[in-house]
Design a protein around this ligand. Structure first.
Ligand code: ADP
Ligand code: ZN
Length: 745
């Protein structure tokens, strides 16, 4: 099949329709539509008794089917999807194991797909009087001053949107209709962009003279843009080392070559400030694709990219599919971020797809991070990617000192476990005395992780999920963080043989830490930031604003505050318990902990005073914690890569996870066994297969969950036979499955 050229001679269109069927249907292209139907065209087709919209994913000279129905019509003048994106969707469907139709829905935002969505039309007024304007003016000056005002306004600007003209002159639509009758103006409707930037004005910036390391990095990226050698550049630079300035200047190169670019940032970092840095350099050439925009804005921004009016598309994960033509570069900032992996089908990884799209479109790919993913480091080490390092901050300030506090020693000394160790308490006191700010970091929300009966050890669990409920003090409720169920705190222990009235809170949550800190420092201004206190979108911005203004001494929060924020007056970051991330049943736990600690450390001391980081832990000698303490990236990566190699984990294998779930435990497990029994004989011998075993989260939302895990050198060698088995089995209604290729946890 020829996917690149829309061959005009081909009279059969292969179409997928807008209902979830993993099938392509052949349609006849009527003579009248020949040449109009292209790969990526949105078309209207008869489907049984119905009429549906669909997309052309291929053009063929002939079909194996007879009696084909004709395509009814083509929607829009240009195909919505470019051939490369169709190809990308095909690849994604095959690799991640999802229906093509689902992949197409992923690459094409719903606001664009819906035919009823359209551009906003606004009346425009055009002057048609030209030379005779003085005559006209004389005619209406006295009797119709508003008409005169319109004429004068249009002299300066011959075409104006009606709303602006009416505000400017006080004229009404009736005034203008009267002028239209006289032949002085013309009125017509024109499409206008709904711009997400209307409310912002940005101060333009110009390229900064680069530091030597930045210049070297830019040189390598330019080489990649021009020669694709290397095809991918890993930009490994600590926070504040000037990576963004390097992206900006590389983007300038791309624009100067007449090409376009895509910039991916993690959802959490897609703030107005981030976008502003790009807009300040490139103005309207930048389009933002973001779920927080209104549907209309998203529709218009997408079309600005599609038509080439915008050349740089910035957005989270799905912006990778932006229809930028003549693509010169894709930037993936904070490439290690787990949010680049989509949690629902198709479970694609935007970084991996970026590398693939780069290869398909012969464009450079830049992966930037302060703590690159192990996969990316490995690819740089084996020479697959080029690498540029920015080891120092632009402001030449030292990285903060990281102190590890052994909580086992602390418990022994104090005779009990305190939330704040002596070291951390003293460090906070010092900051309060000096009028500096502190961030305390904790990985859990809620007052206490669980409610424990001191007598029988009963732990309050969610009745639908296999997790302990979290106590929320403000509402005096127990809440499940998996399914959201909430219940009242029971008056006595629910265990029938116990019924003891004394429940106790165990573990640590942000609320509990807040109370302890408030008790130790009664005069400090303390605020908590987590998913509970920032349910409103603005609450997050307000809290950060107050912190920046110095209205808060101690900010307490979850990982929300670990990312990309820059507060010059913060000189202390305390990590209450570094072990929470370590004790997860996940081969990436060490990598995550290392990344988290180095990112958190990056928050301390970005101003004139150098910063300090205090990390409390029960496992002070864990390699991830020790490496973070020494800021020893290479040591950590070398050791971790060795460990992965020995155990056959990614990047040395692809990690494929099949999750089965349903309300009846036996049925779920039985289906898992059947899948394994059928697929095992078909797998190449080097593929490691395990399961079914209960998933780490064995029950969720009332369903039992089992998983089968595969590790394969070649993903498709495993997923192809596996999908064949999955699709051939007869599935009971109450068992469902999900396939996750390159699962990240
Ligand atoms: P990163 O993206 O690596 O965190 P940034 O690009 O945000 O780093 O740079 C950190 C700060 O340093 C920014 O305020 C930026 O404007 C400034 N900066 C970057 N490069 C230079 C340079 N060459 N000269 C002066 N200031 C710079
Ligand atoms: Zn639950």
């Amino acid at each position: 099949m020829n996917e690149v050229a829309a061959d005009q001679g081909h009279s059969i269109a292969r179409v997928i329709v807008e209902i979830a069927l993993d099938k392509e249907f052949d349609y006849q292209i009527p003579a009248a539509l020949l040449g109009q139907v292209q790969i990526g065209s949105q078309v209207v087709v008869p489907f049984g008794p119905r009429t549906l919209t669909g997309y052309v994913v291929g053009l063929e000279p002939q079909s194996t089917h007879t009696k084909l129905k004709p395509i009814k019509r083509v929607v829009g003048a240009h195909p919505l999807i470019t051939p490369t994106i169709v190809k990308l969707a095909r690849w994604m469907a095959a690799y991640y194991g999802c229906p093509l139709e689902q992949a197409v829905r992923t690459v094409l935002p719903s606001v664009v797909r819906r035919p009823e969505r359209a551009f906003k039309q606004v009346w425009h007024v055009t002057s048609t009087v030209n030379e005779s304007v003085d005559t006209c003016l004389a005619e209406c000056q006295r009797r119709a001053p508003k008409q005169a005002a319109v004429l004068i306004a249009l002299q300066r600007e011959p075409v104006m949107p009606l709303p602006r003209l009416t505000t400017l002159t006080g004229a009404t639509l009736a005034t203008l209709r009267a002028m239209e009758k006289k032949g002085w103006v013309e009125l017509d409707q024109r499409a206008v962009d709904r711009s997400p930037f209307e409310r912002y004005t940005v101060v333009p910036t110009t390229p900064l003279p680069l530091m030597p390391q930045q210049a070297k990095a830019l040189e390598l990226i330019r080489q990649s843009i021009a020669t694709l050698d290397p095809p991918v550049v890993l930009l490994f630079g600590v926070t504040g080392s000037g990576k963004t300035e390097v992206y900006l200047q590389a983007l300038q190169t791309v624009i100067d070559r007449g090409q376009g670019a895509i910039v991916l940032v993690p959802e959490i970092a897609l703030t107005p400030q981030t976008v502003e840095r790009f807009r300040a350099r490139f103005g309207d050439v930048v389009a933002v694709l973001h779920s927080h925009l209104s549907g209309g804005e998203r529709h218009d921004e997408w079309h600005r990219v599609r038509t080439g009016r915008a050349r740089i598309a910035i957005g989270a994960r799905s912006a990778l599919f932006a229809p930028v033509t003549k693509l010169g570069m894709i930037v993936v900032d904070e490439e290690h971020e787990p949010t680049y992996k989509q949690e629902e089908a198709p479970r694609y990884h935007a970084r991996d797809m970026a590398v693939l799209r780069g290869r398909m479109e012969s464009c450079a790919v830049v992966l930037g991070s302060a703590t690159p993913a192990l996969e990316s480091i490995h690819n740089a080490q084996i020479g697959k990617y080029g690498q540029a390092r920015l080891p120092a901050r632009v402001d030449h300030r030292d990285m903060p000192v990281l102190k590890v506090v052994d909580m086992r020693v602390e418990v022994e000394r104090e005779g009990r476990l305190n939330v704040l160790s002596r070291e951390l308490t003293e460090a906070i006191r010092l900051r309060l005395d000096r009028g500096e700010q502190t961030i305390l970091f904790l990985n859990r929300r809620g007052f206490a992780t669980s409610l424990v009966c001191p007598k029988c050890g009963y732990v309050a669990e969610c009745s639908a999920c296999s997790v302990a409920l979290t106590y929320h003090k403000a509402t005096h409720q127990l809440r499940c963080h998996i399914c959201g169920a909430a219940e009242k705190v029971p008056a006595r222990c629910p265990a029938p043989e116990c019924r003891d009235p004394a429940f106790r809170y165990a573990g640590l949550g942000t609320q509990r830490v807040e109370e302890v800190v408030a008790a130790v420092f009664p005069r400090a201004r303390i605020k908590r930031m987590d998913a509970d206190t920032t349910t409103r979108k603005e609450a997050y911005a307000e809290l950060l604003g107050a912190f920046r203004q110095g209205e808060i001494d101690i900010l307490l929060g979850t990982q929300m505050i670990a990312k990309g924020l820059d507060f010059p007056n913060v000189t202390l970051v305390g990590v209450i318990n570094a072990d929470t991330a370590l004790h997860r049943p996940d081969f990436r736990a060490g990598e995550r902990t290392f990344q988290l600690l180095t990112q958190v450390a990056g928050r301390a001391g970005r101003g004139d005073v150098s910063g300090e980081v205090v990390v409390q832990t029960f496992t002070p000698f864990h390699p991830a914690i020790q490496a973070a303490r020494r800021l020893d990236y290479d040591g950590f990566y070398d050791q971790e890569i060795e460990y992965r190699r020995e155990l056959g984990y990614p990047p040395f294998t692809h990690y494929i996870c099949l999750l089965l779930r349903g309300p009846a435990v036996d049925a779920v497990e039985r289906m898992g066994q059947r899948v394994m029994a059928e697929v095992r004989p078909q797998l190449p011998s080097d593929i490691l297969a395990a399961g079914p075993v209960p998933a780490p989260l064995a029950r969720a939302k009332g369903e039992y969950r089992f998983q089968c895990v595969f590790r394969a050198a070649q993903a498709m060698a495993c997923t192809r036979p596996l999908r064949t088995v999955l699709e051939s089995l007869k599935w009971p209604k109450n068992v469902r499955y999900a396939l996750d290729v390159d699962a990240i946890s």
